[in-house]
Design a protein around this ligand. Structure first.
Ligand SMILES: [Zn+2]
Length: 219
C-alpha cells in the first residue's frame, strides 16, 4: 500500500462492499457468513490441459449461484468495481486459498480487450488478481498475456461455439518475463473452461515451471 492509499483509507473508513456497514473492513461478519454458504474451495485438476498434457492444479472459490452470481454480475456490469476488495478479503482469509495462491510466483488475470476495458473502465479479473498478489506477496503480471481480438461474450454461446470463439484471441508477448516461473491464471467465472484453456495454450509457449487455475466462481 502506498502513502496515498493509506491516507485515503484513513479518510474513508472501509465499509462492507455488500451491506455498506462501517468498521468491519470490506466484508462484515454477517455478509461473510452469508457468502460462506456459497464457498466451495473446490480443488482439482484440469485433465484436458494443453500444457504438456499434464494435469493442471485448480481452485474455484464459490459456486456461481444466487448471492454470488448477483454480486459478480453487479461487479462486472453495474460499475461496482470496489467489490474486488470484498472478494479478496474473503479469499485470503481462507488458509487453503491463501496457501494455494502463495505457492505460485506470478498471477496473471485473464485479459479483456482494450475496447472493453475502456468501456467498463476496469478489467474485473485484474483488480482482484492485483489485490490477491498484494495480500500474498506474489507478483501480478497483466502485460505478458494480452487479448488481441474483441470477440463475442462467451456467456451467449454454447460449448462448441465457446471453443471457437476464443481461438487466436489471446497473445503472449515478452515471454521471458514468465519463463521458469510458476504461473497462476485468474478468471472470474469458470464455465466450460474454454477461456482459460485458450490462455493456457498461449502461456505454454513460454518455458514455464508450473501452471495453475484460480477462479472466483464455478458455474
Ligand atoms: Zn456486510
Amino acid at each position: 500500500m502506498n502513502l496515498l492509499e493509506k491516507a485515503l483509507e484513513y479518510i474513508f473508513l472501509p465499509n462492507c462492499g455488500i451491506c455498506n456497514k462501517l468498521g468491519e473492513g470490506y466484508l462484515c461478519k454477517k455478509c461473510g457468513k452469508e457468502l460462506y454458504k456459497y464457498a466451495i474451495f473446490l480443488e482439482g485438476t484440469n485433465k484436458n490441459g494443453t500444457y504438456k498434457d499434464e494435469e493442471i492444479e485448480k481452485l474455484h472459490i464459490f459456486k456461481y449461484k444466487e448471492l454470488v452470481r448477483k454480486l459478480i454480475i453487479t461487479y462486472k456490469f453495474n460499475n461496482k468495481s470496489y467489490l474486488y476488495k470484498t472478494f479478496c478479503e474473503f479469499i485470503v482469509k481462507n488458509k487453503k486459498a491463501f496457501d494455494f495462491i502463495q505457492s505460485y510466483d506470478i498471477i496473471i488475470p485473464v485479459p479483456i480487450h482494450k475496447k472493453k476495458k475502456a468501456k467498463r473502465g476496469y478489467n474485473q479479473s485484474e483488480l482482484i488478481a492485483k489485490e490477491l498478489a498484494k495480500a500474498t506477496g506474489i507478483e501480478m503480471n497483466k502485460n505478458t498475456l494480452i487479448k488481441v481480438k474483441n470477440n463475442k461474450v462467451q456467456s451467449s454461446l454454447n460449448k462448441e461455439e465457446r471453443k471457437n470463439n476464443v481461438k487466436n484471441v489471446y497473445k503472449l508477448i515478452d515471454k521471458e518475463k514468465i519463463e521458469n516461473k510458476k504461473i497462476l491464471i485468474f478468471d472470474d467465472i469458470y464455465t466450460t473452461g474454454a477461456t482459460i484453456e485458450a490462455c493456457i495454450k498461449e502461456i505454454s509457449k513460454a518455458n514455464i515451471k508450473q501452471i495453475g487455475i484460480l477462479t472466483l466462481a464455478k458455474d
